[in-house]
Design a protein around this ligand. Structure first.
Ligand SMILES: Cc1ncc(COP(=O)(O)O)c(C=O)c1O
Length: 493
């Protein structure tokens, strides 16, 4: 075999040999099962070192173009057939099982204002549709240092699989934070999860099966609705008023539906921002005990209180393990950490740990190590105070702008904390319709339809997140919203 080699070229000789053979295999001039000369033979022919030829052969083998047979030699393989391009509409129809997946998905289509709010058309778009704190306030530099420190000091153990219950020092810190907030929290009752969404999923997976009833506030967090729908649960809504879920209604629903779980957000409820009043908290607990139903308490932003008295968590009022409490670092720190936790006592704890193990073995050990270093109780409280200061100002800016620019028929109340303002539009005005107009003006929000069991019930509502925009952007965004509303209210849907 003759391979032309350019000894003055910057390309190493082994690459020239490899390229020549590769070309032969791909073009078919070296058909499959052709035996290549031995390394020693080819090296001699070409006047190169044997290692040079063997390196070229190794590259070809690694790319699946040749194979070596012990004691026999190196043989060519058929060239790989080009992969068909992935298109939405393949030339042949999808297999039947794939076609079945095109129908009957219970999870709501994500409402993607980004699709409407095309960044190219609106480079200065203002988004009130988020559900987290402001990414510009994430403690990126400090966290970078923490990660470096962790990798430097205990890199190997941080990169191993961790304990399914979660990294013990982090559980201890969480227990300290919770204790400082009036909860009796023992690190051995804390399970670290990959965010609250997983906490809800684990509890639901453990306690409920298809057809079982779960009670939720109506409206409620859309991620929980999607999850429960995907599990084919029967979701029953508890009506709310300005003091939170209505307890008389809850009792009727308990009698009527025999639910297996009550999922609730007593603090700064998503989407309404309402806090469940303290007397109602006690009544809800008493009912859950009487009807033997566990409560899943989602305290996703309980720490973001801007004024008013702190109310006790349901868990803090629960003497006998009826309440499974959960929270997350997504809102107070950074959602990309994917770290949340559950606090639960009794047999449920061990069952949840097992459920966690079978789902994903454990949450990211590296992130847990970093958080355990980053979140000392002092630092957490400093960060919390700073977040509250910033978000309170933004809430006030939004309230002022709403009062100044929006028509008076639009009603809202001022939440004492959290991330959201919940607006009620005049009857006959649809928030989805307003969203389309708002996106044209360069502002986005979450329409109320996203949060109700029956989407139509959410038509006159919309959720605005005030946390991610500066006061001046908030004022500008609300002016744009007012333009959009002006157009839509003049032409009710
Ligand atoms: C009420 C509520 N619970 C849970 C979650 C999920 O949060 P995580 O990022 O911890 O999974 C969210 C996220 O928006 C939420 O709003």
């Amino acid at each position: 075999m003759h391979i032309p080699l350019d000894r003055d070229s910057a390309q190493p000789l082994y690459q020239q040999i490899e390229a020549f053979l590769r070309q032969g295999i791909l073009s078919g001039s070296l058909p499959p099962e052709t035996r290549l000369p031995s390394g020693r033979q080819l090296a001699k022919n070409l006047g190169v070192n044997r290692i040079t030829v063997e390196r070229a052969y190794a590259e070809l083998e690694a790319d699946g173009l040749t194979y070596a047979l012990m004691g026999s030699g190196t043989y060519t393989l058929p060239p790989p057939s080009p992969l068909p391009a992935l298109t939405e509409n393949p030339p042949a129809p999808w297999p039947l099982w794939q076609q079945e997946l095109l129908h009957g998905d219970e999870v709501s289509e994500p409402l993607v204002p980004e699709a409407l709010l095309h960044p190219a058309e609106h480079p200065d778009a203002i988004s009130f549709d988020g559900g987290t704190g402001d990414p510009l306030l994430f403690p990126v530099q400090e966290f970078r240092k923490t990660l470096q420190e962790v990798l430097h000091c205990d890199g190997c153990s941080a990169l191993e699989y961790g304990d399914s219950r979660g990294y013990a020092p982090l559980r201890t810190t969480i227990a300290q934070v919770l204790t400082s907030q009036g909860l009796r929290a023992n690190p051995d009752h804390i399970l670290i999860t990959s965010g609250s969404q997983q906490s809800i999923a684990l509890v639901a997976q453990l306690l409920l099966g298809p057809g079982d009833v779960v009670l939720v506030e109506n409206p409620t967090y859309s991620g929980a609705l999607d999850l429960f729908r995907s599990m084919k649960l029967r979701i029953v809504g508890i009506p709310m008023d300005k003091h939170g879920l209505q307890v008389e209604e809850l009792e009727k629903l308990l009698q009527q539906h025999h639910p297996r779980l009550i999922y609730t957000m007593p603090n700064f409820h998503n989407p309404t921002g309402i806090c469940l009043s303290t007397p109602r908290r006690r009544q809800v607990l008493a009912l859950a005990e009487r009807y033997n139903v566990p409560i899943l308490e989602d305290d996703f932003v309980g720490d973001l209180r801007y004024e008013g008295r702190v109310q006790p968590a349901l868990k803090a009022l629960d003497p006998d393990g009826s309440v499974i409490y959960m929270s997350t670092f997504s809102k107070m720190l950074m959602p990309g950490l994917r770290i949340g936790f559950v606090l639960a006592e009794g047999p449920i704890y061990e069952r949840l740990v097992r459920c966690k193990r079978v789902n994903d073995l454990a949450s990211s050990n590296l992130m847990q190590h970093a958080l355990a270093v980053y979140v000392t109780i002092g630092r957490y409280q400093t960060h919390q105070r700073r977040s509250c200061r910033v978000y309170r100002k933004r809430r006030d800016a939004m309230v002022t702008a709403l009062a100044r620019y929006l028509p008076q028929q639009i009603r809202f109340s001022v939440p004492q904390g959290g991330l959201f303002l919940w607006l009620r539009l005049p009857d006959g005005t649809s928030s989805e319709y307003v969203l389309a107009a708002a996106c044209e003006e360069g502002v986005a929000f979450m329409p109320g339809t996203h949060f109700f069991l029956n989407r139509a019930q959410g038509e006159p509502y919309l959720r605005l997140s005030f946390a991610t925009q500066t006061p001046s952007a908030i004022e500008e965004g609300i002016q744009r919203l007012s333009q959009a509303l002006g157009r839509c209210m003049a032409r009710p849907s």
